[in-house]
Write a protein that binds this ligand. Structure first.
Ligand code: SAH
Length: 349
């Protein structure tokens, strides 16, 4: 069954007209769906509720479970209509609530340090399933729309490679920034990618102004290939060229993620090479000591070494911060999200 949350307002007008639902009712339904309501919960006549329910699903996602970290971070397990389970993380900061959303069930990028890719790609999420994560958690927190929403920032850093699901992800961006919907500004949205060069350029050409975040993790192609198979396809130089292009179109500073792996990419030499690469580009580096993933044998650098690495970058004139790790005790930190599903006996696997 098609899900109405998948549609823009214009599409909804088209879909609902043949059913005799028109005018302000469509707007009411659009708003209701973005508030996280099911048809029954909307303030519309009974016969319209019935017509809608006969033809469409309303919300594509339900919260199956949640785990709360000692630091206040919450990891959610969401159930999709086909019984796939995806994960998401809510982080509370002084300035607001950031929701980390998934864009695919699984991932096919194969990064050596990440749990999301262990079983490959299962399927892409639809725009509505990505939006549904934000809508559901906003409702869970008692948020409304616009000024009264409870989610202030979104990071596309859950499971999946957002630019490997370009159409649905960009449609999601259009929906979540809709003035009549959650109306979250592109400035408050970060899209993280392992560096799919053509898609980065397309994002720029399509006029998006989200914060582009590149998972770089190495300062040479050789080093990068050891960690990320995608490095066999695109060189760091090609990625950086695409970043320059994105900056020239969007005027938005590009952020680089750099996971520190003990004795692999955390030396002074590495810091120097990294700073050299990024000189001339308006950029910021988030340094993260690698979080442990059971199936992987890579070891993260110590916090001390990570702090030193950041200091080295700063001395070299490169803006950088050591990222706080949130939610590690609940396997909710970067790279720890994984795919699950419910089997025919109703058990979570
Ligand atoms: N596929 C996208 C989105 C995933 S975002 C991307 O590659 O950017 C998740 C972020 O967490 C990425 O920067 C990723 O490289 C990082 N990450 C993955 N595994 C990690 C781990 N074990 N420890 C720390 N960060 C990790």
């Amino acid at each position: 069954m098609e899900c109405l949350l998948d549609y823009t307002k214009e599409e909804m007008i088209e879909k609902l007209a043949p059913l005799g639902i028109k005018g302000y009712r469509v707007e009411q339904i659009f708003v209701g769906l973005n508030q996280g309501k099911t048809f029954v919960e909307m303030n519309i006549p009974q016969d319209i509720k019935q017509t809608l329910a006969n033809n469409f699903a309303s919300q594509p996602i339900t919260i199956l479970d949640k785990r709360i970290s000692v630091d206040g971070t919450i990891k959610f397990l969401y159930r999709l209509s086909d019984n796939n389970i995806i994960e998401g993380v809510l982080m509370k900061y002084k300035y607001g609530n950031t929701l980390c959303v998934s864009t695919q069930v699984g991932c096919r990028m194969g990064c050596k340090f990440c749990a999301s890719t262990l079983h490959g790609l299962v399927r892409n999420l639809t725009a509505g399933e990505i939006l549904g994560q934000v809508v559901t958690i906003n409702k869970f927190l008692g948020g409304k729309l616009g000024e009264n929403r409870m989610i202030t920032n979104i990071v596309l850093m859950g499971s999946g490679e957002p630019l490997d699901n370009y159409e649905n992800v960009t449609k999601f961006l259009r929906l979540v920034t809709d003035k009549k919907g959650l109306n979250i500004s592109e400035r408050n949205i970060s899209l993280s990618t392992c560096g799919l060069v053509e898609k980065i350029k397309q994002l720029a050409d399509d006029g998006f102004k989200v914060t582009l975040t590149i998972s770089l993790h190495a300062s040479t192609d050789e080093e990068r290939k050891e960690l990320m198979p995608i490095a066999n396809k695109y060189s760091i130089k090609e990625i950086l060229d695409a970043c320059h292009y994105y900056y020239s179109k969007s005027n938005r500073r590009v952020v680089f993620e750099y996971v520190l792996v003990k004795d692999k990419n955390d030396s002074f030499e590495d810091a120097k090479k990294l700073a050299g690469l990024l000189s001339g580009l308006m950029s910021h580096i988030n340094v993260i000591p690698l979080n442990s993933v059971e199936e992987r044998d890579l070891i993260g650098s110590t916090r001390e070494q990570a702090a030193k690495f950041v200091q080295m970058l700063s001395k070299l004139g490169q803006s950088a911060t050591l990222r706080r790790t949130l939610g590690e005790d609940i396997d909710g930190a970067c790279g720890q999200l994984r795919q699950k599903y419910i089997d025919s006996n109703g058990n979570l696997n």
